[in-house]
Ligand binder design. Structure first.
Ligand code: NDP
Ligand code: OXD
Length: 314
């Protein structure tokens, strides 16, 4: 089948530059950025990031939806989402980027990076003793969490993992479900959040949860790193936790509202490290070719890989 004979791909993105995706996907299939008319039967696949609501319901022959990200909360919000399989990103490149981000932030907190940067500004020459044994707890122990855990174990950290269902992983103490949450937090000094945003996880990183982290530790306080989703956390609770000693420091890549409003107190907080949702960025050159390959394989009757469990919400 030539690329023109294959079903068309709808590229439906907001807040993302669609141009590189368009060019790469067009190498394998005809691509459009809007359906033709109120119902467009020519489109068989959609590649999306925060698609406009009620758009995909206009595609009667849609066979599958491809997310350009690992998280799919941006897709599932659509009340008229067609009941077709959703494929998310699981890719070596994305996983590697997230592992780098997590190791970077954990080591920076562990080696007093924020304190030294503040000292440098004031030209202060003073040793801050490095922390000894520190336990990192990874909340959301999936593709990204497990890869980060392996790298942190290799750096010599004690690592805990928390997931929805029971998981086992070499050299990591694993916890799961509601019953496992308290013991997981009580054994954690640096909390790394890599959960998906679902109705169950929304707002989970709140003051009550942060209170359960270990504060009497080699770091001199608990640390939060969130690279999952902003709406997992309560920004105001993080600020409160930093002020009342619940948290020592935080690294935040994601926020309740993105871009982080200029009025947010998180921007200027001396113990907060802010990045603009860049922990792991989807590279179209890495991700578009396997998407096209999956579309071709599915058209030939082969199963799709990396499917979202819609009932679990991720
Ligand atoms: P996975 O689906 O592979 O892993 C999700 C993990 O979260 C699993 O361990 C799962 O448990 C656990 N989980 C889900 N719901 C619950 C719950 N209610 N209670 C406890 N644990 C739960 O996802 P990935 O690792 O690929 O990605 C994780 C998230 O990272 C994405 O959803 C996205 O939001 C975010 N992300 C952020 C990026 C950034 O740049 N900041 C880039 C890429 C992703 P179980 O193992 O039992 O299924
Ligand atoms: C993702 C993201 O979900 O970039 O992949 O946030």
């Amino acid at each position: 089948m030539t690329s023109k004979q294959k079903g068309r791909v709808l590229l439906a993105m907001t807040g993302y530059n669609p141009r590189p995706w368009y060019e790469l996907l067009a190498k394998g299939r005809p691509v459009v950025t809007e359906p033709d008319g109120p119902q467009d039967p020519s489109i068989t696949y959609a590649v999306v990031w925060k698609q406009k609501p009620n758009l995909l319901s206009r595609l009667p022959n849609l066979r599958a939806i491809f997310s350009v990200g690992a998280g799919v909360d941006h897709i599932l919000q659509d009340a008229t989402l067609p009941d077709v399989p959703i494929v998310r990103v699981v890719a070596q490149d994305l996983t590697q980027q997230m592992t780098e981000y997590v190791v970077w932030r954990v080591l920076d907190h562990h080696r007093n990076g924020l304190a030294y940067r503040a000292q440098q500004k004031r030209k202060v020459w003073r040793e801050v003793p490095p922390a000894g044994d520190v336990a990192v707890g990874i909340m959301g122990f999936g593709e990204l969490g497990r890869a980060a855990a392996a790298a942190l174990v290799a750096c010599g950290f004690s690592v805990n993992g928390w997931s929805r269902t029971q998981q086992a992983f070499k050299d990591v103490e694993t916890f799961h479900g509601e019953d496992g949450l308290k013991p997981f937090l009580n054994a954690t000094d640096i909390l790394v959040v890599l959960l998906p945003l679902t109705p169950q996880t929304k707002g989970i990183v709140n003051h009550r949860l942060l209170r359960q982290l270990r504060r009497k530790n080699a770091l001199g306080g608990a640390v939060l790193v969130n690279a999952g989703r902003g709406r997992l956390q309560k920004d105001a609770d993080i600020l409160k936790a930093l002020e009342d000693g619940t948290l020592k420091e935080a690294s935040l890549d994601v926020f309740e509202v993105e871009p982080l409003p200029r009025t947010s107190l998180l921007w200027n907080h001396p113990r907060v490290f802010v990045t603009p949702h860049i922990a792991a960025m989807s590279d179209p050159a890495e991700l578009a070719p396997p998407m096209l390959a999956q579309m071709d394989a599915f058209d030939k009757g082969k199963p799709l890989k990396n499917l979202v469990d819609r009932s679990a919400g991720y």
